[in-house]
Design a protein around this ligand. Sequence first.
Ligand SMILES: C[S@@+](CC[C@H](N)C(=O)[O-])C[C@H]1O[C@@H](n2cnc3c(N)ncnc32)[C@H](O)[C@@H]1O
Length: 242
Amino acid sequence: MPVPVNNSIITSLIRNAGLDITVEQITAINEYINLLLEANKQINLTAIVEEGEIWRKHVLDSLLIFCALAIPAGARVIDVGTGAGIPGFILKICRPDIQLTLLEAQQKKVKFLEKVVARMGLDGVDCLWGRAEEVGQNKNYREKYNLAVARAVAPLNTLAEYCLPLVQVEGFMVAYKGPAGEQELVAAEKAINLLGGGETKIWQHQLPEGEEKRIFVIIKKEKTTPPAYPRRVGVPAKRPLK
Ligand SMILES: C[S@@+](CC[C@H](N)C(=O)[O-])C[C@H]1O[C@@H](n2cnc3c(N)ncnc32)[C@H](O)[C@@H]1O
């Protein structure tokens, strides 16, 4: 069992970023972290295993979206390439009103996601095993979300092809990026436009202590995505739109 990080340290870490968190939410996130670290002994879910670093680099980073974008009550949110459920689970714990889909290509990770949902009794979470290229062509998911988020999945031009087909017109996609986020946005501008994206914004923040630069690329969907996108599995990564 990991040594719990002091609640007041967590609270000040999060408050210093302009956010708030309740004791109940800290407890729920700790429960998730314990499940994550336990499962990580069997399957590779996270390279970060020190609890304070999990709070800083996974939890705080996930929560920063609340500074970058107002997410409407009851929003339908999809986390594309969620891995162990980051940022999706963290957002759901802090905003239980959202309807969350966790999309992940690796079945063993989806089994972990399902275990977390069952153990923590989370409502309104759908764990979906699949590839974004296929799910984006499925009428049950295509253009059904107010918000698509993705962290550490693909360069922005590929990621836009994974995410934008899932977002309804007037909705948003948010890509969690590091320092290369701005350059990736320049390289992805044509792809974003072709896929129905419109206005784009950058919101940035330095994580405390390590001071890693975090860039959030926020893309508003303004037109329907043409039916040809997303292309077949593997094509958006092999031949990114230019
Ligand atoms: C580096 S992990 C990041 C996981 C998590 N988002 C995070 O920030 O910790 C990338 C995940 O995206 C998944 N992935 C990559 N391409 C995908 C696709 N086309 N459709 C669905 N999942 C995908 C991988 O299986 C992997 O679990």
